[in-house]
Design a protein around this ligand. Sequence first.
Ligand code: ATP
Length: 835
Amino acid sequence: MAKKKTKESKAKSTPKVPLLESWKAAAKDRSVHVVFGLALIFIGVFMTIAFISFLGSWSNDQSAFQQSFLELVGNPDFKVHNVLSKVGASLGQIFVYRWFGIAAFGVPVLLTFIGLRISFKYSPYPLLKVFRVVIFSSIWLSAFMAYLGNVNHNVFAGGVGYYTARYMDSLLGNIGSLLLFIFTLLAWLILVMKVTPDTMANGAKSLFARFKREAKEIIPESNSSAPVQSVEVDDEDIEDEDLEIEDESSVEIDFDEEPEPERVQPEPEPEPETPDVPESEIELEPVVEEKTVADSTKSDEGPEFDVEEAAAEEALSEKEVNKKVKDFGEYDPKLDLSRFKLPPLDLLVEHGDGNINIDQAELEEHKNNIVNTLQNYKISIAKIKATIGPTVTLYEIVPEAGVRISRIKNLEDDIALSLAALGIRIIAPIPGRGTIGIEVPNKNASIVSMRAVLTSEKFQNSKFELPIALGKTISNETFVTDLAKMPHLLMAGATGQGKSVGLNAILASILYKKHPSQVKFVLVDPKKVELTLYNKIERHYLAKLPDTEDAIITDTSKVINTLNSLCIEMDNRYELLKGAMVRNIKEYNAKFIQRKLNPEEGHKYLPYIVLVIDEFADLIMTAGKEVETPIARLAQLARAIGIHLIVATQRPSVNVITGIIKANFPARIAFRVTSKIDSRTILDAGGADQLIGKGDMLFSSGNDLIRLQCAFLDTPEVDEITEYIGNQQAYPEAYLLPEYVGEEGGGGGGALADEDRDALFEDAARIVVIHQQGSASLLQRKLKLGYNRAGRIVDQLEAAGIIGPFEGSKARQVLVPDEVSLEQKLNPGNSTLDS
Ligand SMILES: Nc1ncnc2c1ncn2[C@@H]1O[C@H](COP(=O)(O)OP(=O)(O)OP(=O)(O)O)[C@@H](O)[C@H]1O
């Protein structure tokens, strides 16, 4: 009985839930937002007109307000002079006359701005600032108007202004009040609006930069086919709360149900502004003091024996450390470039309309073809579901019980035939889903704009150390991952399939998130044209060897030096970490920020270093082990100290991506490759040969294999970003890596000790001199050596001054003219004796 009652009461209470749900749904509905915003705009415009009219008609309408409210409203014959009649006059009477005087105009302005923001996502000015101005002026301006009107209640001052000015006058008198007005205005401008001489100069600069940008946009670019949508986003807008964030929408269609596309647009969390920590020099007393304990233990026999002992290192107590932080604030690595602004999103272009172009008919057709093909082979399906992505649609099949998965997998070609489509990929089974996936390319693939990906909530709110927004997944979700966790990335793909765009997307993601003090890039570009645009940000974001001209490395011998220099940097950083007793760069930097590490002991804030190699095949072919060894060493050890590698190659063959490289690069990206073997080399699995190109890619990290559409940004966009960064204040020079003296520095012979030379060194020297040709391949042929050993001998010959330095594609110069001179060089002692 009791049970029955509860059931009944439950049944009664259920109608409430759908009501609540429908309210919630309405609150999320974009059209409800638009209508609400429009209502606010109309109220704002209405109030503005009412107030303006009130300023002219208020004295004539004062008699009306002597009436009671009911009389005023109830009697239609009663007329007022406001153009918006009784409602307008009443609003004016309350907001203008009784409350804030002309400062009341702030209220409709604020309402209009909020309305514009809600309806059109457009903010002419940051809302928070408008709000601050309205609040302040409703008191300050109204009081000041009363003060100007000899402390009378007038329509410009309103009641609030009048009473405030009256109290001020009675307490401070006329001159005192004026001083207080001036002081409060200045204090408000400085404290709340952050107006300082510095910010004024900065504002003027950014205004100038903005004019420059806009002027550029107005001049049409001859080669740009698509119209560039420029959205006005002030730099400050990005920092404030006005960032537009688009959450990705995942469109899933279940053929059993009605399609229900939904688009959610959450409010973004703004990235906190760099705190303005006053410039402070850490003044730690020297911690290590050399003290001589002259323990002159004089023994009766024997010499005087002095013992010099280093004093024990003086560690700062927890209290002292906290005091340092209290005195100076936490260390702010951004302080040197405190005015640096991350690039605004309006430098990026929205490619395409951002929508997925696939219609119901195409979906139905593909579904029917899949079902029919499977049925032809007597495979029946329990359920099929489609998830639409930007380039491919995933059809998930649940086969009837008893169907062998391998049978479906074997039908890959038959399904491709029936769908008449390239790039069909079958995932059987989809890990963790208990279904079989068939990926079918959309007839019209849509471009995923970098702009859309970077505005996503996932990227904007990501707390990753080195966030990279790679693109969108098959279910149209933005894919953001952390390079610092990968910790190194290998990229491969045949030419023209989107590698360079992918590299740009990775670099742009980091540039949009990280301050120049937090990350540095070492760019290696053997093709010499792909990364040149980044030259502009050399003094902000690039690292280079001391005494080198260009930060972007295009020459193989410089690559070798840079890689070895990075190894030295790695060793140095490990020493620092050891001294600080921490395990990784994150802990180290956190400790340094809290001023727990003494800069006088060599401690410094460590930026992440990202090494990007655009064409690895070229390097490995020309320098072999010389690049492979330091890269493998960095890849094995560098993750903890914040050096991360991104290595891209067109040729994913086993002699380029060697076992040792592969073993140390767990994260891999494969764009379309030409053969299954290439796909296996890069991913340890097939599939990359089935991709459709143009940024369609597979990302593998450990066990997962995810299909993504890479975000697209065009070269002019990269140009704009680097230009924007390049125009800002920079460090005096690029970040300097430790000096590495390569073997070519030795030059004058005998740099290697004889015992370090290869056993075939002398034979090789003779061959080189006889043929007057300094090439590794000659030695390989004549001495039947492998490439690596021949390369090593060539280096030794160079070190001994027998052949000249590496000259790119040309053979090295032979510096010894004939065999006699060679004998003299090899055995100087013997030749003297002989002569
Ligand atoms: N994510 C993408 N979305 C749409 N189109 C893309 C994408 N990535 C690349 N493309 C198209 O493919 C073209 C070639 O891309 P990209 O220059 O990146 O190729 P690549 O693999 O670097 O070639 P190469 O190795 O010869 O330099 C681009 O110009 C662009 O038209």
